[in-house]
Design a protein around this ligand. Structure first.
Ligand code: ADP
Length: 153
């Protein structure tokens, strides 16, 4: 089982899409292991988006993530990291296919609704960045036996 980080970006909060986006992950069958609202800072975003530090839009992307609080989530499931990336769709909302979150809700490269960890290494670092250990919960999900065949996990 994998855990992955999802951030509902300020555009999602401002557009009152929180319930709809959480619903996508819920319906898919991902287990919600952690969730909280927080105000991001330039410092944490410089770390989180370090791979974009040489891009002309680096500061603009960071600014857009500080417009208001975000909602950070930890989801768990078999192959959760890639599954959540597939649900999110490609970065540019205009190019993302209908049916994906970005394809259904975003018209923008930047204002693209969610962040999702892109690898096991990133998920580990990012979950530690945004959650304290005691904020991640390993409870049993009653529907588990109906989400997977018993050789899938
Ligand atoms: P992703 O979020 O799909 O993993 P990246 O890690 O490459 O994509 O970029 C992080 C975020 O920076 C994107 O989600 C998007 O908000 C913003 N971004 C990336 N590339 C661009 C771009 N060319 N123009 C505007 N914003 C961008």
């Amino acid at each position: 089982m994998e855990k992955t980080l999802v951030i509902l970006k300020p555009c999602t909060i401002q557009r009152n899409l929180v319930g709809e986006i959480l619903n996508r992950f819920e319906r898919k069958g991902l287990r919600l292991a952690g969730i909280k609202m927080m105000q991001l800072t330039d410092e944490v975003l410089s770390e989180h988006y370090a791979h974009l530090s040489d891009k002309p839009f680096f500061q603009r992307v960071k600014d857009s993530m500080m417009v208001c609080p975000v909602i950070v989530c930890c989801y768990e499931g078999v192959d959760a990291i890639q599954t959540v990336r597939t649900l999110a769709g490609p970065t540019n909302g205009r190019k993302a296919a209908p049916g994906t979150i970005r394809g259904d809700y975003s018209m923008s490269f930047q204002e693209n609704i969610v962040h999702a960890s892109d690898s096991a290494e990133a998920a580990e670092v990012e979950l530690k960045r945004f959650f304290k250990p005691e904020e991640i919960f390993d409870y049993n999900q009653a529907t588990f036996g109906f989400l997977y065949a018993n050789d899938e996990f």
